[in-house]
Design a protein around this ligand. Sequence first.
Ligand code: SOE
Length: 386
Amino acid sequence: MKELRVGMIGYGFMGRAHSNAYKRLTDFFPVQHKPVLKAACARNAEKTRAFADNWGYERVETDWRRLVGAQDIDLIDICAPNDMHHDIAIAAAKAGKMILCEKPLARTVAEAEPMVTAVEQAGVANMVWFNYRRVPSITLARQLIDEGRIGRVFHFRSNFLQDWTISPDVPQGGAGLWRLDVQAAGSGVTGDLLAHNIDTAMWLNGPITRVVARTETFVKQRQHVLTGKVEPVGIDDACLFIAEFANGSLGLFESTRYARGHKALKTFEINGADGSIAFDLEEMEYLDFFEYKQSSGQTTESHIRGWRRIHVTNSEHPYMDRYWVPGLVIGYEHTFLNALADFVKGIESGKPAQPDFRTALQTQKVCEAVLESGRTGQWIETGATL
Ligand code: SOE
């Protein structure tokens, strides 16, 4: 067993989700690398120390440059706000470290492109934590599509709805609320939530070529945590867009943080000539499948045709052979564990796991086209290729 010495940058929600994955990896997956939690790094020494003690990191750093340059670190995990991804990733690549980066890859395409160049020139393993690909039901959706079970695709529609920013009293900026500060985040729901849906959509259905969007900022000013002043809000609070895929199908996407009553309603449906697939994160252990044409080529007899609810817990289902017995479910945290396992298997097999930085750049291009369309009202070509 080799050591995989981890340097974690950031101690927020994602720092916790990833730390859990590092700790449990070799308990569940037969890989040859065992993560060692070497150092946690963030500016606030006290909070970083508390995080490090809780999760078992050996030491604390307060300057990410020291961490990136440290000899005893193999992998840098970037869980810092989006405005820091570019500098950290490029320095880490130059230092020869493997990099796992939180989504979105960067704030803009202009920031993301040199990050891709840096990891490719340095030849370091890299991946972006688009964890929802690793929900077993969503991985099963990809398998059904690859098996040709839905045939020619006509429609892809998805949403990601939350409600935590409705109050104008919620401030922007700082360690907890940087997602509301355009300087730190780059965008609002487009980069934070729709990036997930776009990654999944393009993984399942190929590149999105053109988009037209409507974005809205409902609360125009919020107090900034760092300055104490009321400042303009630069993020998109809501975003709706229509997409065209390279395969000729049409997409419809919606995201908001103003859907009262929804904490993380995240669904998609894909309709093909031979079948349809639907997923709902609130019941993530299920995948709904409508089979019109069977793999034998026969159409299902009409009196028994209907939506089928697959309980994705059998050992034949993606990742599930690593967990419990059929019928027993896994959860949100396991999506990070599954992603990490794929990343480590990629290092060991020489077949890098996806989405790497180059693939995540394609999602960044779609996000940027969506935001530009939101500003101009025009259809925008994304330039995304896969
Ligand atoms: C925002 O509330 C957020 O935490 C995103 O940043 C995550 O990427 C998403 O998975 C859940 O919602």
